[in-house]
Ligand binder design. Structure first.
Ligand code: AMP
Length: 218
């Protein structure tokens, strides 16, 4: 009997370093399919139509997008995802409705139900990191503003560096309030089914990377 690949959900406060850790896993040669809902939504928000506008406005406010849209998006993405290797979900599920949707998709495709990996940092640290984050408007890479020599241009491609609307102070507050609300429900669910691993997200990127590798068993 062949064993199914394990699947994981990367979870944590905005700014906990999820994207950085995903990049470090890739660099370390861990083979996985990534489903990043936030990244897909940011791509869709660039579209010059009413849906693109609606997504952009909702994201800028820090609110969650409607369940119907997210379900359709995940369905489309999962259909085209290589399911023979580990799947890493980033930013999904965030609500009980989405957890139920995910359970259905897993059953449909015969996937191993994912384990929640929760990257924990203090609220103060997350606010500090988010306020310092800038993104390139061209290549979409993230940078720490305080460490940049040229504060205006992307060191990778020369594109204009901007602050994400949802990284601005008013939206950070909303995102945190929402996260605290969501966290309770989601943590409780995954703890109750015994699929929950807490990872200390404080410390250097490499330290957190080591903890993450141990958690996924690579
Ligand atoms: P993220 O990059 O994962 O922090 O997501 C950025 C924004 O995208 C969030 O603040 C939400 O507006 C939206 N978003 C991302 N994932 C979801 C989801 N699973 N359900 C609803 N909205 C989402």
């Amino acid at each position: 009997m062949t064993t199914k690949p394990k699947n994981f959900i990367l979870f944590g406060y905005p700014g906990a370093g999820k994207s950085t850790q995903v990049d470090l896993l890739r660099e370390a040669g861990v083979d996985f399919s990534l489903i990043s809902i936030g990244k897909l939504l940011r791509e869709m928000a660039k579209r010059d139509d009413s849906l693109g506008q609606k997504i952009g406005q909702t994201m800028a406010s820090g609110e969650l997008l409607d369940e119907f849209l997210i379900e359709g998006l995940v369905k489309d993405v999962l259909r085209d995802t290589d399911k023979t290797k580990m799947i890493l979900f980033d930013g999904y599920p965030r609500t009980l409705t989405q957890i139920r949707g995910m359970e259905q998709f897993c059953e449909e495709y015969g996937l191993e139900p994912p384990t929640l990996l929760c990257l924990k940092i203090t609220k103060e640290e997350a606010i500090k990191r988010l306020s310092d984050r800038r993104v390139c408007s061209k290549c979409r890479n993230n940078f720490a503003y305080s460490k940049l020599e040229d504060k205006e241009k992307c060191p990778d491609c020369g594109g204009e560096l901007i602050q994400r609307d949802d990284d601005k102070p008013s939206a950070i507050e909303t995102r945190f309030d929402l996260f605290d609300l969501q966290l309770g429900v989601i943590l409780q669910h995954f703890q109750s089914i015994g699929r929950y691993i807490e990872i200390d997200g404080m410390g250097t990127e490499e330290e957190v990377h080591g903890r993450l590798l141990r958690a996924i068993g690579s």
